[in-house]
Design a protein around this ligand. Structure first.
Ligand SMILES: [Zn+2]
Length: 379
């Protein structure tokens, strides 16, 4: 291929117009050169040519030719939260992120198809999608001169595009909930808006490029009642969990809390809230030494529905095993039409107000003042 290209180029352009000899140029003399030797490297993406000056044959020099596409290792990801360079584009890392966002509801074969789709699409469209790293960023990350950055949301869109296929509908929705559900996307322009609640999720679901055939008018948002909850200090955990298979296992609170955190990942205060939520579930099961895993799952479903729309949807899709997009749309719509009483978790150290006291019995402001005085006095 290279030899043919070389000869046809030779026919088309007389060698006199070729590369100027740098030695002559340095001396301020006009000259030309001809190719004496051409070599293509093993990966066939770089051509080296030795050239000889046409004025003085003792002048020889070498030129190198390569395609201007950026190599995959020099594609970097720019975070939409703070516009900083996050890391190199890594298929392995993307694979882990997709698996996590889709709560494991994706097969290895589906995953590798998506990774290959996204990687080749990024490679093809890099000149259109990427922005060069500036000098400071290059220095900071030891990146090569040709390094370019792509927004994380662009990668997200590529993943969604690839997942938007009849065989991967559920992973598609779970991935969007997981990634767009991370509040930080709210900092991006409207087209990349994150999911604050069920209404935002439904707008995405019914978009032209997604599941527009299911589209319906969104119900008006109801005002939601709220309840503040204080975590008790001495919690009694169950001792044994009986699984669906009949297997018995010691109850592991950390593990349980982690499963809740996976659904809440990226939501506002998800680290502390997932712990508070796990505690709330424990209180509902208080006094039961042996629990069925189905019990734990049911109470957690209730708790999440009260705590956060997006985390609830992720959990519900994964644990109820919803398989149709219209069922998912119904779940989201019901969150708007029939919202649960919102659970607000008291912050650590927030003085407890006894909501069980008869309404109007105590002037709340006076009560808070006396509480504050008490705290002051106890120091
Ligand atoms: Zn020369």
């Amino acid at each position: 291929m290279d030899a043919n290209m070389e000869s046809s180029a030779r026919d088309e352009y007389p060698s006199r117009t070729k590369f100027q000899c740098p030695i002559c140029r340095a001396a301020g003399v006009e000259s030309s050169s001809e190719v004496s030797y051409t070599r293509v490297n093993a990966t066939r993406d770089r051509i080296t040519r030795r050239r000889r000056c046409t004025r003085d044959t003792s002048h020889t020099f070498t030129t190198e030719e390569s395609t201007r596409t950026t190599s995959l290792t020099e594609i970097w990801i720019r975070r939409s939260t703070d516009q900083k360079i996050e890391s190199r584009y890594s298929p392995a890392r993307l694979q882990r992120d997709i698996r996590r966002a889709s709560l494991g509801h994706i097969t290895d074969a589906q995953l590798s198809r998506v990774i290959s789709d996204v990687t080749s699409s990024l490679a093809e469209r890099i000149s259109e999608l990427g922005d060069p790293l500036n000098a400071r960023e290059r220095a900071e990350h030891e990146a090569a001169a040709g390094a370019v950055a792509v927004w994380d949301v662009i990668v997200m869109e590529e993943v969604e595009r690839s997942l938007n296929d009849t065989s991967t509908r559920i992973p598609h929705v779970l991935y969007a909930l997981g990634v767009r559900g991370q509040i930080n996307l709210a900092h991006r322009p409207d087209e990349y808006a994150g999911f604050a609640d069920a209404t935002a999720f439904l707008s995405w679901l019914f978009a032209e490029h997604n599941y527009a055939r299911l589209s319906r008018a969104l119900p008006p948002v109801q005002t939601q009642r709220e309840e503040t909850w204080w975590s008790p200090t001495n919690l009694l955990y169950p001792e044994t969990v009986i699984k669906k298979s009949g297997e018995r296992r010691p109850f592991d609170f950390e593990q349980f809390q982690k499963s809740i955190a996976r659904a809440m990942r990226g939501r506002a205060r998800w680290v502390t809230e997932s712990k508070a939520l796990a505690n709330w579930v424990m209180v509902q099961l208080e006094g039961q030494r042996v629990v069925a895993s189905a019990q734990l799952s049911a109470v957690t479903t209730m708790a999440l529905r009260r705590a956060d729309d997006i985390a609830y949807l992720r959990w519900a899709i994964a644990t109820k095993g919803l398989t149709s997009i219209s069922e998912i749309a119904d779940e989201a719509e019901d969150l708007i039409v029939h919202p649960s009483v919102r659970l607000r978790f008291a912050k650590e150290g927030q003085p407890r107000i006894d909501t069980a006291a008869p309404a109007g019995d105590v002037d709340l402001a006076a009560r808070l003042r006396s509480l504050a005085a008490e705290l002051e006095g106890s120091r």
